[in-house]
Ligand binder design. Structure first.
Ligand SMILES: C[S@@+](CC[C@H](N)C(=O)[O-])C[C@H]1O[C@@H](n2cnc3c(N)ncnc32)[C@H](O)[C@@H]1O
Length: 295
């Protein structure tokens, strides 16, 4: 799983948004943003593994005020889709978008964000991270993909720069299918083991990521806040939820088969049964938000 399609990111975005809305009350982002500006007029934000910009769409209106975003990803297809995704979102929300050379300015009530896309392979080392003037480093749906060594390097750099960190939508291992089927646990175990494989950054932290990050941040003197941002997907709500469930059935089955080819028959039977159940399935997948600040 080293490639993420724009279609998959678009499919998951409404579920991400609902999950993060539930967690938003735990963080006073406008208040924190004032501090993160450090007396400057503009808040510098660095979004790691930005995809098509979902994290900006979630955070920029909540942070408020003047912001300058650098959005980093290694996938040129996703970076190419970024301006269109931001323009469509801005139009739907009644925000304005202007192009200024190779940058965009998005403006809404009480905030504006100058946006620059940066093509960078984060797995190749963090020396090239554009950290100058950054008050907040953020990433959504990234932390479970990275290794402990990579995370250590990032946290050290953030601590040295006194940049706050907000890791959104990190899986925590809870997967609850209803109605339950006996093979759910077998697939969950294989899927979780697959998540700990190498996603380009070394052996991935998978569902341990938030706990590991929290320990290391505390050791560096960080102040932490944490909130649940679980996906709640209800197939009874119609086609969009069923499409998301279907994608998760296929993705889980593919990962489980790859993890244990010997279980392919049992995994195929599980997927076939799950496909039949989509319209009456509910699924909760546990995620967490982790915010760290420096005293
Ligand atoms: C699950 S997606 C999340 C995307 C986006 N943050 C969101 O919430 O929609 C993971 C992202 O990590 C990016 N990614 C994976 N490996 C990377 C690497 N080595 N360097 C930079 N980006 C990477 C992918 O291209 C993808 O955009």
């Amino acid at each position: 799983m080293t490639g993420f399609s724009a279609d998959w990111l678009a499919l998951r975005e409404p579920f991400d948004r609902a999950a993060r809305e539930a967690a938003a009350a735990a963080f006073d982002l406008p208040g924190l943003a004032v501090r993160w500006r450090g007396g400057g007029a503009t808040l510098g934000v660095l979004d790691l593994a930005c995809g098509t910009g979902a994290n900006l769409r979630e955070l920029a209106p909540r942070l408020g005020g003047a912001q300058r975003w650098r959005l980093v990803d290694h996938d040129p297809r996703l970076l190419a889709a970024l301006p269109g995704a931001l323009a469509a979102w801005a139009a739907a929300q009644g925000f304005t978008v202007r192009t200024q050379g190779d940058r965009l300015r998005v403006e809404g009530p009480g905030w504006r964000a100058d946006v620059e896309a940066v093509h960078l392979d984060l797995a190749g080392g963090l020396a090239a991270l554009p950290l100058a003037g950054v008050g907040l480093i953020t990433a959504s749906a990234l932390l479970d993909l990275v290794s402990g060594a990579w995370l250590d390097a990032l946290l050290s750099r953030a601590c040295a720069a006194k940049a706050a960190l907000l890791f959104a939508l990190t899986v925590d291992g809870r997967i609850d299918w209803r109605p339950k089927r006996e093979a759910d646990e077998m697939v969950r175990r294989l899927f979780e083991a697959h998540q700990r494989g190498d996603k380009g950054f070394g052996p991935a932290l998978g569902s341990r990521a938030v706990a590991v990050a929290a320990d290391r941040l505390l050791a560096l003197g960080g102040q932490l806040r944490r909130a649940a941002s679980d996906w709640h997907i209800d197939g009874r709500q119609g086609a969009q939820a069923q499409a998301m469930l279907a994608a998760l059935v296929e993705g889980s089955a593919a990962a489980a088969r790859e993890q244990d080819p010997g279980a392919a028959g049992a995994v195929a039977a599980w997927a076939a049964e799950r496909r039949q159940l989509l319209a009456r399935t509910t699924l909760c997948i546990g995620h967490a938000e982790l915010l760290a600040d420096w005293p």
